[in-house]
Design a protein around this ligand. Sequence first.
Ligand code: FE2
Length: 378
Amino acid sequence: MSQSLTQTPPKIFEQAEDFLPLNGTDYVELYVGNAKQAAHYYMSAWGFQPLAYKGLETGSKDVVSYVVEQGKIRLVLTSPLAPGGPINRHIEQHGDGVKVVALWVDDAEKSWKETTARGGVSSMEPTRLSDEHGTVVLSGIHTYGETLHVFVERSNYAGAFMPGYRKWDPEYRSDSAGLLYIDHMVGNVGWNEMNTWVEFYAKVMGFAQLVSFDDKDISTEYTALMSKVMTNGNGRIKFPINEPATGRKKSQIEEYIDFYQGAGVQHIAVATNDIVATVRRLKSQGVEFLRVPNTYYLDVLDRVGPIDEDLEPLRELGILIDRDDEGYLLQLFTKPVLDRPTLFFEIIQRKGAKSFGKGNFKALFEAIEREQESRGTL
Ligand code: FE2
């Protein structure tokens, strides 16, 4: 159980190339069945603030989008306003889900040229959008499944979000839950497809593989998944890629693929500086989290060593702890936030650790097995 203390530290074994400098995640767009209610959910349950809107009132006849933000995180919630068309078809096939992982760049045209020249498939040629607040340049490429990367150049824009949107300023506000930025976003891909997409991020986007202790013992009979983490040069963008593996039980990745009907974004990990306060608020506002058995806390400090926090509130809220050679992290996973068991969120507070909590997978499943054993159902 102490193996995570002796693993090699995370390191980038191939230097990421700099033909695609990325400043961070610009926004994440979800196609949803009812954007108005989804926006209210992310405000009332998650503490997002209203930012921008487009719809019938702004001249958008076919599509409505609400933009909400918290810290540096922006979610765009989009629904169709009429039958037919690609958004309805996307929702019918996948249910609600992430369509666009948008990346903030200084030069959207160059980003498109560099990536498509390296084999990226264009989804949008460089497009200039202007209004009285300035100009945004967008371009895009396809990634796994039907997911897109959109490159957003906004240095000459001072409006709320981008042309086509107006500032959205409803009376209703909720308090922030302390979410700061997107730490990483995980993609689930099909059987034997992980290395294809690892190569895509390496070759097309110049990412490098982040080697961390998460890669050790990567497929156990319990977790039944394989994962590699791709990161851009400055480390602001981290995309773990999962594929299913054969295990004792049906892989959680396979379940995702079955319900999402293909590859897609599995979870969005959002960072906080105070996970106890964040999780307490989210829980009180109806966000549902996975719960480890209390037995997890009997020996967790033997596994991870000393931590700054009191254990009791972590136990009370079910917050998980893991450690690597550079420090530790606190994390907790929500239940799927949609009706299909597909997309969920992770709340993460890093205290030096650069890894992703692999140690908790084993602890989680072992704790569950101890519970099963005590009930005689193992
Ligand atoms: Fe994660």
